[in-house]
Design a protein around this ligand. Structure first.
Ligand SMILES: Nc1ncnc2c1ncn2[C@@H]1O[C@H](COP(=O)(O)OP(=O)(O)O)[C@@H](O)[C@H]1O
Ligand SMILES: [Mg+2]
Length: 231
């Protein structure tokens, strides 16, 4: 179980995350939703150890959190071959790297031959698969996906979400899945945490939070997505 307790992140006098508390049980996917600017990415960066914070994050060893970001192109070095990018974070001995890269590419449903390609030769969806493979190469205890379908064409978003569902079933991943899109969160997550102005307002199983929201703000978010609000 990954536990976030009373995490606060300040930028000068501005409090971006304000005493956030959240449990992510092992092998489950927790969705973090909220409007743009609510503090989702800042909380994620604190959990990943990428930004200083007050409070406590327990249940994951330092350095065992991997993040996948919104824009797969900026997170991949354009000069590096896909195979090298994936192998970079891997812990296997040098002699086993090619086999490990092939295994990871297969895991994200890309042909093994893509190991020799460069990022520009791939589509946005394929690059996001590479970013996921690279994150998995490190054998993370927690995988954080921050708006990973938001920059993709609508036509490939579903395939990437299905990949996340498959990987979760196959590998038993523990994930924090960030999205401003409630429909996306409902599709891939077990639990949901609603964030606003740096605070976590409501947390619980997806069916409970979306079916019978306790907080008025969650209701407001739901009302903005008619097909969810009405079934
Ligand atoms: N490095 C930073 N310096 C100052 N303010 C920041 C920094 N990073 C984020 N913020 C501010 O913190 C708030 C939350 O940002 P962010 O965590 O990116 O929100 P979200 O991911 O929910 O859209 C925003 O008001 C943003 O402008
Ligand atoms: Mg963000």
């Amino acid at each position: 179980m990954m536990r976030i307790s009373e995490v606060t992140v300040r930028f000068g006098s501005f409090t971006a995350v304000d005493g956030a508390g959240l449990d992510v049980p092992a092998g489950t996917v927790t969705g973090l939703v909220g409007e743009s600017g609510s503090g989702k990415s800042t909380l994620a960066r604190a959990v990943a150890g990428l930004t200083p914070y007050a409070g406590r994050v327990s249940g994951v060893a330092r350095g065992r959190v991997q993040m996948v970001f919104q824009d797969p192109y900026s997170s991949l070095n354009p000069r590096m071959r896909i195979g090298d990018a994936i192998a970079e974070g891997s812990r296997v001995p040098r002699g086993q790297r090619a086999a490990e890269v092939a295994r990871l590419l297969e895991l994200v449903s890309l042909p093994a031959a893509y190991a020799r390609r460069h990022p520009r030769e791939l589509s946005g969806g394929q690059r996001q698969r590479v970013a996921i493979a690279r994150a998995l190469a490190a054998g993370p205890e927690l995988l954080i996906a921050d708006e990973i379908t938001s920059a993709l064409d609508v036509s490939v978003q579903g395939a990437v979400l299905n990949l996340i569902r498959d990987l979760r079933a196959e590998l038993g991943l523990t994930m924090l899945f960030i999205s401003h899109n409630l429909a996306v969160v409902r599709y891939v997550c077990d639990s949901i945490a609603v964030m606003r102005h740096g605070r976590l307002l409501e947390t619980g199983p997806v069916q409970d939070v979306l079916g019978a929201p306790q907080h008025p703000y969650t209701r407001t978010l739901l009302d903005a997505v008619p097909c969810l609000a009405h079934g």
